[in-house]
Design a protein around this ligand. Structure first.
Ligand SMILES: C[S@@+](CC[C@H](N)C(=O)[O-])C[C@H]1O[C@@H](n2cnc3c(N)ncnc32)[C@H](O)[C@@H]1O
Length: 353
């Protein structure tokens, strides 16, 4: 096996070799070992399992049902990268970065990185990025054997995990709910509303409002339970259907939060048309997206844009893109603004005759 020795990587004057100089620059953006190692630690809940004290690796292997030798080698790598400490040979403990991986940490980071849940799965889809760039097609299908939404429908556990991730981040959901003036809205329809996290916030803040949750049937069933647990289900109707089919008419506002960016232009237009048709001449369509559609956060925009492409063939759009697509759907962009936590809210009304 060929190995590269750093000692050999200097010339006679002690200057780094071309390989070493290049590696220094590229290592931070190319290393796959550490990101995988952190995900494995999160998946195995190592922080939870050594919360009490420094734990001998054999005991930790017993607790995590893993191979002690391999686990020790994983941890030693992570220790070198600053995650966990080795208090004495073979005894590992949680340090500050490792504490972020606790199941009860408010960031929810452990679940996000768990390779057995949707967060980890979403990251693994990027092993197919080369295919996506060559073909323009989402990698998800080649990596997991079925297109994104069909895969979720066929894997209920992953679908539950996806719904939970969408409903997570209470501050962020509250930010979207607070970001719109709901005073003229008596009946809100959340289209592709997931399990109803946004509706719960909006209904709680507006006691006279009623709502309709539209999503795929299994997700709507979970939504019924979610809103019932919060005592809000009696003010909500639950409709399990595709948003590519005609939507229930008569709402004052049709909300699409983080829905349009899941889809390519043709599908996005159809969804917006369905909302515009249902809203009629008196309703409005509120598109809520994130990650700098307003141009404020180009790096987040670019990352999410690539993510949408790899997962489902969707894309992030600028405000100008939304104005164009909304016009095609018969909608006029009446107002656009950003919220404190970076949602972009596009308030659309029917185009005049
Ligand atoms: C990215 S999630 C956003 C969920 C929620 N609006 C939010 O912001 O958390 C997209 C939602 O679209 C739903 N969805 C996907 N395809 C759908 C379809 N054909 N008809 C109805 N809902 C669909 C998914 O089940 C999911 O809840």
């Amino acid at each position: 096996m060929a190995v590269t020795s750093t000692e050999d990587d200097h010339d006679e004057q002690g200057r780094p070799s071309a390989w070493e100089a290049a590696w220094e620059v590229l290592a931070p953006v190319t290393d796959l070992i550490t990101p995988m190692a952190v995900r494995v630690a999160a998946s195995l809940r190592l922080t939870d399992l050594m919360a009490d004290d420094a734990v001998p690796v054999e005991e930790l292997a017993r607790r995590s049902d893993t191979n002690a030798d391999a686990l020790g080698r994983l941890l030693r790598h992570l220790v070198c990268r600053g995650v966990f400490t080795e208090r004495e040979p073979g005894r590992f403990a949680v340090n500050e970065p490792a504490a972020l991986l606790a199941s009860d940490h408010p960031s929810g980071m452990r679940v996000r990185l768990d390779l057995g849940g949707f967060g980890g799965q979403m990251d693994l889809a990027f092993t197919g990025l080369l295919h996506t760039v060559r073909t323009g097609q989402p990698a998800w299908e080649t990596v997991f054997g079925a297109p994104f939404w069909r895969y979720l429908a066929a894997n209920p556990e992953m679908s539950v995990s996806f719904d939970a991730m969408m409903a997570g981040g209470a501050d962020y959901v509250a930010d979207a709910a607070r970001g719109y003036d709901w005073s003229g809205v008596r009946h809100v329809v959340d289209v592709g509303g997931g399990t109803g996290a946004l509706l719960a916030e909006v209904l709680r803040a507006n006691p006279d409002m009623r709502a309709t949750l539209v999503d795929l049937p299994d997700t709507v069933d979970r939504g019924r339970q979610y809103l019932a647990e919060r005592g809000l289900d009696t003010r909500c109707e639950f409709i399990g259907q595709s948003f590519f089919d005609p939507l229930p008419a008569g709402g004052d506002a049709y909300v699409l939060r983080r829905v349009v960016h899941d889809w390519g232009d043709e599908d996005a237009l159809l969804i917006l048309r369905r909302c515009a048709d249902a809203a009629g001449q008196h309703g409005r369509v509120i598109v809520i997206e994130s990650h700098g559609s307003s141009g404020d956060h180009p790096a987040m925009f670019a990352e999410m844009d690539l993510r949408m492409l790899v997962l489902s063939g969707g894309r992030e759009r600028t405000v100008e893109d939304y104005i164009a697509i909304a016009a095609e759907a018969g909608l006029d962009l009446a107002d656009v603004h950003s919220t404190a936590l970076g949602h972009v809210i596009l308030d659309c009304t029917p185009l005049g005759p």
